[in-house]
Design a protein. Structure first.
Length: 281
C-alpha cells in the first residue's frame, strides 16, 4: 500500500515538498480584516507591508477540521495511507483538528511535530525517506515520533515586537530587549518556544555568535539535512552563516529556506535559525 507524507504549511518547505510530491494544508493568515492562505494568498512580503502600514502584527488561525476532512478524503481516494504532520500542539489547534478529522478515515496517521518551521520539515523529509524505503504508515509514525526529540530547532530574532504582540513574550521583556539592543535566541523545547541565550549588539554579530554556540552545544548533527531558515535576512549574513557551518562540518548538506507567512507573522523580519537532527552516531 502506498504511503503519502503530508504536512501543514508551517513546515516552510513548500518548494522542496513540491519536488517530492508532498501535499500541504495551508494555515490562514489574518491581515486585519483580510484573510488569506499561507503561501497561496499571503506571503511574507505582504506581512512586512501590512506591518509597515498599520504597525500591527498579523494573526493566524489553524486548519479547520472540515478542511482536514476534505484533504484526507482527497489523499486517501486512491487507497493510500497518509502520515500527516502538524505544527506543535502547544502552538496551534492544527493537531487536534487533524486528529478529529483523521478519526473518520482508515490509514490516516497524524504526527504532532512538537516543533515549527523546518524543525517540522526535518521530520517530514525523514518520513518521506522512510516511505520510499517501503515502510507502512504506522511504522513511519512510530519511527518519526521516536526521533522527534532529536530535532535541534532554534532562531535568533532581530526584534521582539512580533513575539510580544503575538503573545509570545512579556511586555517587559520586549521593552528591555529594545532598550538594551538584546537579540534573544528562541529554542523549541518540549513543543514550546522558550527564550534561550541573549546576545548583545547588532543582529549580524548576534547571529554569528549564535551559530557558533549552537554548533558547539548540539555537536552530533546528522549532516544529511542542515537548514538555514530565515525571514528575509540579508544575503551576506546568510552566506556568513553557511561558511561558519561548513568550517565546522565541511560535508554538511546546507539547505537555505525562507520562512513562510505563518512563521513570519510571529517572528518578524530578520530572524534566522539553523535546524538539524542532533543524533548522529
Amino acid at each position: 500500500m502506498a504511503v503519502k507524507i503530508t504536512s501543514d504549511s508551517t513546515s516552510d518547505l513548500g518548494a522542496l515538498f513540491a519536488e517530492r510530491g508532498i501535499a500541504v494544508t495551508p494555515l490562514t493568515v489574518l491581515l486585519g480584516e483580510k484573510a488569506g492562505k499561507d503561501g497561496i494568498e499571503v506571503t511574507p512580503e505582504d506581512i512586512y507591508a501590512f506591518f509597515d502600514k498599520t504597525k500591527t502584527t498579523p494573526k493566524t488561525s489553524a486548519v479547520s477540521p472540515e478542511e482536514y476532512r476534505k484533504f484526507f478524503a482527497e489523499q486517501t481516494a486512491d487507497g493510500s495511507e497518509v502520515v500527516h504532520f502538524t505544527i506543535s500542539s502547544e502552538m496551534s489547534a492544527c493537531y487536534a483538528n487533524a486528529c478529529a478529522a483523521a478519526a473518520e478515515f482508515k490509514g490516516v496517521y497524524v504526527v504532532d511535530s512538537r516543533n515549527l518551521s523546518t524543525g517540522i520539515g526535518l521530520l517530514v523529509l525523514y518520513a518521506d525517506d522512510l516511505a520510499k524505503e517501503g515502510k507502512c504508515g504506522a511504522e513511519i509514525k512510530r519511527l518519526v515520533e521516536a526521533r522527534r526529540s532529536a530535532v535541534q530547532a532554534s532562531f535568533v530574532v532581530d526584534t521582539m515586537t512580533f513575539l510580544y504582540k503575538g503573545g509570545r513574550c512579556s511586555g517587559i521583556a520586549a521593552f528591555v530587549a529594545g532598550v538594551l539592543k538584546i537579540k534573544p535566541s528562541i529554542t523549541v523545547s518540549d513543543g514550546k518556544m522558550v527564550v534561550g541565550k541573549k546576545y548583545m549588539g547588532s543582529i549580524d554579530k548576534a547571529i554569528v555568535k549564535y551559530v557558533s554556540d549552537t554548533l558547539a552545544r548540539y555537536d552530533r548533527p546528522d549532516l544529511k539535512y542542515v537548514f538555514v531558515t530565515h525571514t528575509s535576512a540579508r544575503p551576506e549574513v546568510v552566506e556568513t552563516v553557511k561558511r561558519e557551518i561548513l568550517a565546522v562540518h565541511p560535508s554538511a548538506n546546507i539547505i537555505e529556506t525562507i520562512a513562510g507567512a505563518t512563521v513570519t507573522s510571529h517572528c518578524g523580519k530578520g530572524t534566522l535559525g539553523i535546524l538539524y537532527f542532533n543524533d548522529a552516531t
